[in-house]
Design a binder for this molecule. Structure first.
Ligand code: IMP
Length: 201
C-alpha cells in the first residue's frame, strides 16, 4: 500500500469489471480515505460452492499480472428456503432467469429470509493473500422495487429496513452492505499492518 499524493489517502487496485461493484467500492473508499482504482483483467472464474475459493483463484490469476497491492471480491445472494441458492452461482442466475425468475421461484414461499455474502481476497506482494468476509441478513421482497444499485438489489430488503437496496442511495447501502463490511475489515487490517511499521506489505 502506498501513500497517495493527497495526504493520508491510500491507493489500492480493485480487479473487477462489474460497474455496480466498482461504484460501491469507490464510494466506500472515499469514506475511508482510500482511493480504489479499478483494473480490468481477463481471468477465468472457477465454479465452486465456496465464494472464498472462487475469489482466491481470481486473485492468484491476477497476481500473475499485477505486482502491487490489490483486491478482488466475489459475492452472492443466499436464500434460506432455496437451501442457499443462488449463492456462488448468483452471477449466472442473474444473467439467465434474473430478478423475475427468482421471484417466481419464491412465489407462495413464506420464509423470505436471505443474506448477501461478500468475500474479499487482498493480495500484498510481501504478505501474500488475506481473506475478509462480510454479510448482511434480510428478506426477499414480493416484487422488484427501486432502480438503484445492481443485480438482485431490487428484491433484497436488509434487516431492520423497509426499502430494498435498489430504493436506497449508494451512501445508505454502503453503511450496511455485505460488501461494506468486508471492505472495512480489509481497510482495518491494512491500517494496522501499515502502522505497525511493516515496511512493505
Ligand atoms: P460476482 O461476485 O461478480 O460473481 O457477482 C455475483 C452476483 O451476485 C452479481 O452478478 C449479482 O447478481 C449478485 N450480487 C452480488 N452482490 C450484490 C449486491 O450488492 N447487490 C445485488 N446483487 C449482488
Amino acid at each position: 500500500m502506498r501513500r497517495g499524493e493527497c495526504g493520508e489517502v491510500f491507493k489500492i487496485f480493485l480487479v473487477s469489471r462489474n460497474e455496480g461493484k466498482i461504484k460501491e467500492f469507490r464510494g466506500l473508499g472515499v469514506s475511508e480515505c482510500v482511493d480504489v482504482i479499478p483494473v480490468s483483467l481477463d481471468k477465468v472464474e472457477i465454479q465452486s460452492d465456496d465464494l472464498a475459493l472462487i475469489a482466491l483463484y481470481s486473485a492468484v490469476q491476477a497476481s500473475l499480472y499485477l505486482r502491487d497491492v490489490f483486491f478482488v471480491e466475489d459475492a452472492g445472494l443466499y436464500i434460506t428456503s432455496l437451501k442457499g441458492f443462488p449463492g456462488p452461482y448468483s452471477s449466472y442466475v442473474y444473467k439467465t432467469i434474473g430478478v423475475e425468475g427468482v421471484l417466481k421461484l419464491m412465489s407462495g414461499v413464506d420464509d423470505r429470509s436471505a443474506s448477501f455474502e461478500s468475500v474479499i481476497v487482498l493480495h500484498c506482494p510481501r504478505q501474500g493473500f488475506k481473506v475478509f468476509k462480510g454479510s448482511v441478513r434480510g428478506t426477499i421482497s414480493f416484487e422488484a422495487r427501486g432502480s438503484g444499485g445492481f443485480g438482485f438489489d431490487p428484491i433484497f430488503i436488509p434487516e431492520g429496513h423497509t426499502k430494498t437496496f435498489a430504493e436506497m442511495d449508494l451512501e445508505t447501502k454502503n453503511t450496511l452492505s455485505h460488501r461494506a463490511r468486508a471492505f472495512r475489515a480489509m481497510v482495518d487490517w491494512l491500517r494496522t499492518a501499515y502502522k505497525s511499521q511493516v515496511q512493505e506489505i
